[in-house]
Ligand binder design. Structure first.
Ligand SMILES: *[C@@H]1O[C@H](CO)[C@@H](O)[C@H](O)[C@H]1NC(C)=O
Ligand SMILES: *[C@@H]1O[C@H](CO)[C@@H](O)[C@H](O)[C@H]1NC(C)=O
Ligand SMILES: *[C@@H]1O[C@H](CO)[C@@H](O)[C@H](O)[C@H]1NC(C)=O
Ligand SMILES: *[C@@H]1O[C@H](CO)[C@@H](O)[C@H](O)[C@H]1NC(C)=O
Ligand SMILES: *[C@@H]1O[C@H](CO)[C@@H](O)[C@H](O)[C@H]1NC(C)=O
Ligand SMILES: *[C@@H]1O[C@H](CO)[C@@H](O)[C@H](O)[C@H]1NC(C)=O
Ligand SMILES: *[C@@H]1O[C@H](CO)[C@@H](O)[C@H](O)[C@H]1NC(C)=O
Ligand SMILES: *[C@@H]1O[C@H](CO)[C@@H](O)[C@H](O)[C@H]1NC(C)=O
Ligand SMILES: *[C@@H]1O[C@H](CO)[C@@H](O)[C@H](O)[C@H]1NC(C)=O
Length: 891
């Protein structure tokens, strides 16, 4: 018995179970991982001067101007790549200095440096030998799913192509990765930008050797691209004939600042890499971070750049990851493998077949456990999303069974763990049977049917126990329920500026590949981190076969030949939304052999206020005979991105409806002669009858079918005006009390007229969340007598690219001073912690952003967030919130 995804269409959006206010720390958690005091300053590309010296003088001119203005600064990095990035990463002591920088002629953009986290790892484990009784041999199903096996059979292995892997380094001593480093080896070169001890917050110690022996992520990625065939594990890289270079920018743990990502991108570009691949990223939602912009410009110069779409599928739509957000890069989503390594649990007490659970290694549970179900209702939607009732027994000796749905897995597990639970099975609710994100709990996913069996046995008080054998229980589960579907962890776009993210998808769930020798040599990992190198390797096969000059059209080639991904295995259910699958699962053999070239690969229709409903694509016949193509519309499910009656996104899997766009063509059939190119006009109409307040993201494909080939063009739009979407969370759903809120000295909710000395801990803090992204968020101090009634204003206050250009005015509310400003802010997630972007805080320091002390007096804080597509110069385009009044008193 299986529910179709449509049954979620009217499910309410949710935030996590109430997060206690007492868990909020009173430090500033900036909404976009900004590293304070560091900026990437981009200088205009002086044309016509030519030569390195001219560009060096651009830097000198910048520094001279800064000194003249009395700005003290440090130079962290210089960039000198005309056409891509000329500028520097500067450290300055006060945001006021940024205004000075902005006033210098030739400064094009100033972007804050942001921290990018280590790729989130899902279900990672190492395997000691091919004979490991805990695992079975790989059958290269991922190559079969994508036609890579056919390319290999034709002798296409990526020879002559150079792929730069920007990651945690590579253990090039691994026998499958060539066993050495430098000319003549598989790994021909690279650079270590950071050193082992780098954490993201200390000083990097670069050297020429990108060896990774402590992390493993980059070595796994390298194996997916380049592992040599003919080994006991039965694996091989997608482009094992290609040469690799390793650009290391993570230490053994921690994060990386994006100025280093920019550096690595430029170095890979200068080293002549044909392809650069990055399995990293953090939520941004916009296309504007420095690394996204630079990656996109490199793609524009005719190199292929593949970047992971992210592993945040559980958080729903509008959560695209940067630098994958770069407009011209290939962002990659993850599709489940069609066969997955699973383990069996055995049932005692009644006669029942073993229960497969989704782990490649046995769960470490030593003795048989009786079960405890958190609900005896096998249709409960939000099982264990709230703290368990007081009369719940101590669960430490039980195997706890919980139904999937509504809130994140970790939330459910944490609620049960609060009652002592330490071993869990989560049963499916119609979602995909693929790796789930369980933090470090001992937990795994089982099927819906097995869940029903266990819950019913519990409800009828049957005396059964479950055992987890530690060997001999592994098998390759032919994944009929979710094999070939999108991985539930794969992030949903689109971006707030309505770009396509991801562009395409590739296998990324349960992938066996290489690990550093010191970490066990082989391992299985899941994530868009694994899907991304798969596309990089596939790109190498295409460049080898079709020529390097196809690099700029390669994304479109992959998109137009990809296969559509369904949303479920149930007949009649819609195709998965393009906002999660992109153009679909790449089909490398088709991309290699196609004689028809369709361009562009994607059509972006934007929102209703900026609707682009008329588009044209072209069909080119490169074959030797005339071909007749039939053109038709194949819609994908419309994603209910925001919950009905809610301001919050629907958690993943995002509910889909069958309210489709109307599409008509100038031609339903067209004959194209050899060598000819024919344009086809297309008219789109957003779907009718949808609820605009659910921000329906509609999408689908224009299919172009000839007797021998089927290609497509993929489109995406949203049937609402994004400017209408609520940005500031003004509900009590997350904390149980309304936010935004002012927190007093000990973290309690502050009413009106509290007072602070601004010494030590005697400071207030502001607590806020964004339900939707904002291109500009600012916090200003205003008089305690202020009231806010937003009105329109035509004043052009500031060039909004520059983060710290203050406006000392706000209609009828005099601004006393600016506390903080943030650009291109992502929405928050419903994770219960600030670490995973659950909420933002601003802790007062006693000073304004420019370092001037806040005088004794009575104030309020004005929070403003620009609505999506809003005009930054238009006050009416901001949502505002005014805090309770508070006093600053002398200490
Ligand atoms: C695995 O088993 C095969 C055959 O049983 C044997 O030839 C091989 O040496 C074993 N490999 C390892 C690493 O133990
Ligand atoms: C399994 O759990 C036991 C005790 O909980 C622990 O001592 C042991 O190290 C664990 N084994 C593995 C492989 O994690
Ligand atoms: C995992 O457990 C450790 C200690 O038990 C804890 O510090 C850490 O935060 C946990 N991590 C996650 C992702 O839950
Ligand atoms: C439940 O089964 C176990 C063995 O499976 C047995 O030891 C125990 O006595 C049984 N308890 C009841 C209440 O039947
Ligand atoms: C695991 O259980 C399934 C039935 O659920 C069975 O078909 C399969 O053979 C079992 N495999 C192993 C290795 O126990
Ligand atoms: C959609 O429209 C907005 C507002 O004009 C614009 O900023 C954005 O670039 C557009 N997106 C695309 C994909 O064209
Ligand atoms: C503060 O006072 C204003 C009126 O002066 C009132 O509207 C508001 O609700 C009060 N806020 C709190 C948190 O008590
Ligand atoms: C607010 O508190 C200050 C002392 O911190 C006091 O002087 C003032 O009268 C109070 N205002 C109101 C409206 O209660
Ligand atoms: C800093 O900002 C405050 C508030 O806007 C302003 O009064 C002060 O003059 C500024 N300080 C400097 C040094 O510009």
């Amino acid at each position: 018995m299986k529910l179709s995804l449509l049954s979620f269409a009217f499910g309410v959006a949710s935030v996590a179970a109430t997060v206690p206010l007492s868990s909020v720390e009173k430090s500033t958690v900036a909404p976009n991982n900004v590293i304070p005091g560091e900026y990437i300053v981009e200088m205009s590309n002086v044309q016509g001067l030519g030569g390195k010296r001219a560009y060096a003088s651009v830097h000198d001119a910048l520094y001279r101007s800064l000194r003249k203005r009395g700005v003290s600064f440090g130079v962290k990095k210089e960039y000198n790549q005309p056409g891509i990035m000329v500028g520097a990463t500067l450290k300055v002591s006060s945001p006021q200095d940024v205004e000075q920088i902005a006033s210098i002629a030739g400064v094009e953009a100033i972007r804050p440096v942001v921290a990018v986290p280590m790729p989130k790892r899902i279900n990672q484990f190492s395997v000691s030998s091919p004979n490991d009784s805990r695992i079975t041999a790989d059958s290269e199903t991922t190559h079969v799913m994508t036609g890579v096996d056919k390319a290999h059979a034709a002798g296409i292995t990526g020879e002559g192509i150079k792929i730069g892997i920007i990651d945690t380094g590579i253990d090039y001593n691994h026998p499958l990765l060539g066993g050495g480093f430098g000319a003549g080896f598989k790994v021909i070169g690279g650079y270590d930008f950071v050193g082992d001890a780098y954490t993201g917050s200390n000083t990097p110690v670069p050297d020429d050797d990108p060896l990774d022996t402590c992390n493993g992520h980059g070595t796994h990625v390298a194996g997916i691209i380049g592992a040599n065939p003919d080994n006991d594990f039965g694996i091989s890289g997608v482009a094992y004939g290609a040469s690799l270079a390793s650009y290391r920018l993570f230490g053994c743990s921690g994060f990386v600042s994006d100025d280093i990502i920019v550096d690595a991108l430029l170095r890979g570009y200068n080293d002549g890499m044909d392809i650069l691949t990055l399995s990293l990223g953090g939520v941004e939602g916009w296309t504007e971070s420095s690394s996204a912009v630079v990656a996109s410009r490199i793609a524009d110069q005719g190199r292929v750049v593949t970047i992971a779409a992210g592993n945040d599928g559980a958080y729903g739509s509008w959560y695209a990851s940067s630098p994958g957000t770069g407009v011209d890069v290939i962002a990659v989503g993850s599709v489940n493998n069609i066969a997955i390594p699973v383990q069996n649990a055995t049932v005692q007490g009644v006669d029942h077949v073993p229960i497969p659970y989704l782990e490649a290694l046995p769960l470490n549970i030593s003795s048989p456990r009786p079960i405890y179900a958190t609900s005896t209702d096998t249709t409960v939607a939000d099982d264990a999303c709230s703290p368990l009732p007081d009369d719940t027994p101590d669960l430490s000796d039980y195997l706890v069974v919980i139904r999937r749905g509504t809130c994140t897995f970790v939330t459910k597990l944490a609620n049960a763990a609060a009652k002592g639970a330490n071993a869990f099975l989560v049963y499916n609710n119609g979602g995909s049977f693929s790796a789930i994100s369980v933090g470090n709990y001992t937990a795994a996913l089982i099927s819906e049917a097995d869940g029903d069996f266990l819950v019913n046995a519990f409800a009828s008080k049957e005396n059964i126990t479950i055992s987890f054998l530690q060997s001999g229980s592994a098998w390759m589960f032919p994944d009929d329920t979710s094999g070939g579907l999108m991985s539930s962890f794969s992030t949903y776009g689109p971006t707030y500026d309505m770009y396509f993210k991801p562009a395409v998808s590739a296998p990324g769930g349960n992938i066996l590949s290489t690990l550093p020798i010191a970490l066990g040599s082989y391992g299985v990992e899941s994530g868009t981190s694994m899907a991304t190198p798969f596309v990089a390797g596939s790109a190498a096969l295409l460049l080898q076969n079709r020529g390097k000059d196809t690099a700029k059209s390669l994304r479109s080639l992959l998109q137009t030949t990809a296969s559509n991904v369904a949303s479920s295995k149930t007949d009649g259910d819609p195709l998965q939304t393009v906002s999660q699958q992109g153009a679909g699962l790449i089909q490398v053999d088709r991309a290699i052999s196609t004689k028809t070239v369709v361009s562009p690969g994607q059509l972006t229709l934007n929102d209703t206020a900026h609707f682009e409903g008329f588009k044209t694509f072209t069909i080119k016949n490169t074959g030797s005979k005339a071909v007749t193509y039939r053109i038709s519309h194949v819609p994908a499910g419309t994603a209910t991105s925001i919950g009905s009656g809610s301001i919050f996104v629907s958690d993943g899997p995002v509910p889909l409806t069958t309210q489709y766009a109307q599409v008509s063509f100038g031609l339903n059939e067209v004959t194209v002669f050899p060598g000819a190119t024919v344009p086809v006009p297309v008219w789109f109409e957003a779907p009718h009858g949808v609820e605009a307040s659910t921000y329906p993201v509609y999408s689908g494909f224009i299919q172009i079918e000839s007797p021998g080939e089927t290609l497509k063009v993929t489109y995406l739009g949203v049937a609402a005006s994004l400017k209408d979407a609520a940005v500031i969370d003004n509900t009590d759903e997350y904390f149980g009390s309304p936010i935004p809120a002012l927190l007093g000295a000990s973290g309690e909710l502050a009413g009106n007229n509290t007072s602070y000395t601004m010494q030590g801990d005697d400071v207030p803090a502001l607590l806020y969340r964004l339900a939707f992204g904002s291109a500009h968020v600012r916090l200003d101090l205003v008089s305690k007598d202020s009231t806010v009634s937003p009105t329109h204003s035509k004043r052009d206050w500031w060039n909004w690219w520059w983060p710290q250009k203050p406006s000392n005015s706000y209609e009828k509310v005099p601004i006393i001073g600016t506390l903080a400003e943030y650009d291109y802010v992502p929405r928050n997630s419903d994770a219960p912690t600030s670490d995973d972007n659950g909420y933002n805080t601003y802790a007062f320091t006693g000073s304004f952003a420019n370092g001037t002390a806040i005088a004794v007096g009575e104030y309020k804080v004005l929070l403003r967030a620009l609505k999506v597509t809003g005009n930054p110069a238009n006050e009416g385009d901001y949502e505002t919130w005014l805090s309770p009044s508070f006093g600053v008193i002398s200490g």
